[in-house]
Design a protein around this ligand. Sequence first.
Ligand code: DC
Length: 217
Amino acid sequence: MIEIAIDGTAASGKGTLAKKLAKKYGFIHLDTGLLYRKVANELIIKKKDNSTNLEYYSFEVAKNLNFLKLKKEDLRSEKTAKLASLIATYPKLREVLNSIQKEFVNNNKSKFPGCVLDGRDIGTKILPNANFKFFIDASIDIRAKRRLLEKNISFLHENDEKCMLQSLIREMKERDMLDSSRTTSPLVPASDAHLIDTSYMNADELLLKVTKIIEGN
Ligand code: DC
């Protein structure tokens, strides 16, 4: 099975790239951020998100959760993302979610020619021997603008837009900082990853660049 590991910052384009690659090659795909978001969302539903025992509850929730039905729409809010980033610092929770990711790959080994996983520690921890590793990033301003566009809100005032953009920049910076400075499996490029800056690249240009690397053109 060919393994493709994609890591990177939020709204860098890694998720779209992963989906497009999986479709192009008929590989299976797992957006591993959804696992962290699912646990975070469950903690919010159970009103445990402000608990002083967050580490314990995250582990308990993750052990008993059904990850088969992951619906991105329910999990997209910045509140969920922020909590996901916080609980992602807990090593015991990561162990539970790491096993799910590895199981996903192993269970599909005989059925599919390859897999694409995207997240923060795929190239460094989950698929250390991946055939191809990519680390995707873009400037914070551009990533925040992309997130704003995804929200599909029509604004009455230019000032509202500016304000929302500023708060997105702040939230994303905080999350980047937490993700890359944690002790366990921080967001860092694997030493053998291809580093790609998508600030001035659209999704199709990124796909083209990556497929050229994969196909050796
Ligand atoms: O990719 P995302 O924005 O949906 O991820 C949400 C959070 O989950 C991210 O800020 C950190 C955590 N995460 C992680 O620690 N490791 C992964 N492989 C994927 C996500």
